[in-house]
Design a protein around this ligand. Structure first.
Ligand code: ZN
Length: 294
């Protein structure tokens, strides 16, 4: 099944909901970054939450970045995506390993205590930046807290990644459910009761439940209306041309030094782990372009 984001409303528009199926994009991230199960679980949750948050943005040119900086061994986690369902991400230490905690991958232990930052670039002069502290470091609760505190939107976020016995991703997905400002006390109560009783996304995925099933499980008796669905994928827009522009921006002096050392250079894209090699002749061409421009 292809990855997708499903949008829905419930309780006659007092609730809006998103659910995503992200198995392929999380498995792709695990594969290109050669991630351990904990790293793939943590980044997979963040990619899944991120891609649904991207779907909330209005314009196709809007860009959303979420960064989690904790003091745990995984280091910094970064995901960035757009409103068209393209998302990419990486963690500082993709090979992090920790003992299981209560029979589960210890994502909170890998992330540690820290801060979650959401940056939304909507083409305005200044991007929107929201910082919140990590509440549980399990990602979903941290995003729930972010929505309540930075965006003042009461929300419930559930995220999960499950694995095959060979440590490849078996399935991944999640939901974001939000109360609209006109939600009645009755709707709020009913939703809170429902959320308190639902199974984890991981166990729903183990039962082969897709995004519509997850929404049905939570909002099925609250007049759920599925609105639409759209594809999502892991996509990095890097290219040799873009990377060469970045190399050129480091300046004439540094490029001259590299040429003098007569050594080809390697530049790695952190997001997709693609290696770009520049031969000395290519560095000379870049230098010529810069000198010509100035
Ligand atoms: Zn890339």
């Amino acid at each position: 099944m292809a990855d997708k984001i499903v949008r829905a409303i419930a309780a006659n528009g007092q609730i809006r909901a998103f659910a995503a199926s992200t198995k392929n994009l999380v498995e792709h991230a695990r594969d290109i970054h050669n991630m351990s199960p904990i790293a793939a679980d943590a980044l997979g949750r963040l990619l899944t939450g991120g891609v649904m948050m991207c779907a909330m943005m209005k314009s196709a040119a809007d860009v959303l970045t979420i960064q989690i900086k904790g003091n745990g061994p995984i280091g910094t986690m970064t995901v960035t995506g757009d409103a068209s369902g393209n998302i990419k991400g990486f963690v500082s230490n993709p090979q992090v390993m920790l003992p299981l905690k209560d029979g589960h991958l210890d994502v909170a232990g890998a992330v540690g205590i820290g801060v979650l930052t959401v940056i939304k670039d909507m083409g305005l002069k200044e991007p929107y930046v929201g910082d919140t502290i990590l509440i549980t470091s399990e990602i979903a609760e941290d995003l729930t807290y972010y929505f309540a505190n930075s965006e003042q939107v009461p929300s419930s976020v559930g995220l999960g990644v499950i694995f095959n016995s060979d440590a490849t991703v078996k399935d991944a997905g999640g939901f974001i459910i939000q109360l609209m400002p006109d939600a009645s006390d009755e709707t709020i109560d009913a939703l809170e009761k429902k959320i308190a009783r639902i199974k984890s996304v991981g166990s729903m995925l183990s039962e082969a439940k897709g995004p519509e099933d997850i929404l049905n499980e939570i909002l099925g008796d609250m007049n759920l209306e599925i609105l639409d669905e759209s594809p999502c994928r892991f996509y990095c827009n890097c290219s040799k041309e873009r990377v060469s522009k970045a190399v050129m921006s480091i300046g004439v002096k540094d490029i001259k030094e590299m040429i003098d050392e007569n050594k080809a250079i390697e530049v790695n894209c952190h997001f997709c782990n693609t290696q770009y090699n520049f031969e000395v002749d290519e560095l000379k061409d870049m230098l010529a372009v810069i000198t010509e421009e100035n």
